[in-house]
Write a protein that binds this ligand. Structure first.
Ligand SMILES: [Zn+2]
Length: 244
């Protein structure tokens, strides 16, 4: 006999699932004798102490997602200032596991052309889509100017290395800047897909604006113990490079 203490009554499908769970457990429990049935308890096999834990479950799901995206060692590239989906996108970009036409062609999809579906000016590779295509180049240029880093060109390896260019571990300030670059990657990819599949892209000014707003939202939400100022963010964000 089971005693439940639900906050509210179970209805519909939930109730159906409970009934089938009870019948499974009853069938199993009927097979053996309990000497002390009051000490029975649920145990969650995914945790060593048997205690179910939502946070632990979330981290296991993240790990599985990264694994199924073919990303072997997710620990080497983390930036907890952006949503997980962006971390995954950056990983897939680095591993060239994004469905641009050149990569689709390698996996023998039947394509008419491997040329860029937007400008038709070049081969549709990750380099073209994320760096060279003039929309992407212009978005990057604006982001770098915004951060007062004029004249520096984005490059995949440094962008995603998780370390600063001199090899020192990333400081908090570096993580903020890296997160902005990742939001830029995400925005370029979204714009590309909207353009290709829905025939409506954002264009450079709207994309740039989206990057400023989203990066502020995501980063300030996740930056523990510190706050970002919206006006400073817009006008002089590079002061945040000094966060330690
Ligand atoms: Zn193109």
């Amino acid at each position: 006999m089971f005693l439940w203490a639900w906050a509210r009554e179970l209805l519909g499908r939930n109730n159906g699932e409970l009934q089938s769970l009870i019948s499974i457990i009853s069938a199993a429990a009927a097979g053996f004798h309990h000497s002390n049935s009051t000490s029975d308890r649920w145990s969650w096999e995914l945790a060593s102490n048997g205690q179910f834990n939502v946070k632990k479950l979330a981290s296991l799901i993240d790990k599985k997602l990264l694994q199924s995206a073919g990303l072997a060692s997710p620990e080497t590239l983390r930036n907890n200032l952006v949503p997980k989906k962006i971390e995954i996108l950056v990983w897939r970009l680095l591993k060239k596991r994004l469905p641009v036409r050149v990569e689709l062609d390698k996996s023998s999809s039947d394509l008419n052309s491997v040329r860029c579906p937007i400008c038709d000016d070049n081969i549709d590779s990750v380099e073209h889509t994320f760096l060279q295509y003039k929309y992407a180049a212009e978005v990057w240029a604006r982001v770098y100017r915004w951060w007062k880093l004029d004249g520096i060109n984005p490059c995949f390896n440094e962008l995603c290395s998780g370390k600063t260019h001199d090899g020192t571990p990333a400081s908090c300030g570096f993580k903020v800047w890296q997160a902005v670059q990742w939001v830029c990657v995400y925005t370029i990819w979204r714009n590309r897909n909207m353009t290709v599949f829905q025939n409506k892209g954002w264009g450079v000014p709207v994309s740039f604006n989206e990057i400023k707003v989203k990066s502020f939202e995501w980063i300030s939400h996740r930056l523990k113990g510190r706050t970002l100022d919206w006006l400073v963010w817009l006008t002089n964000p590079s002061v945040y490079l000094d966060l330690v």
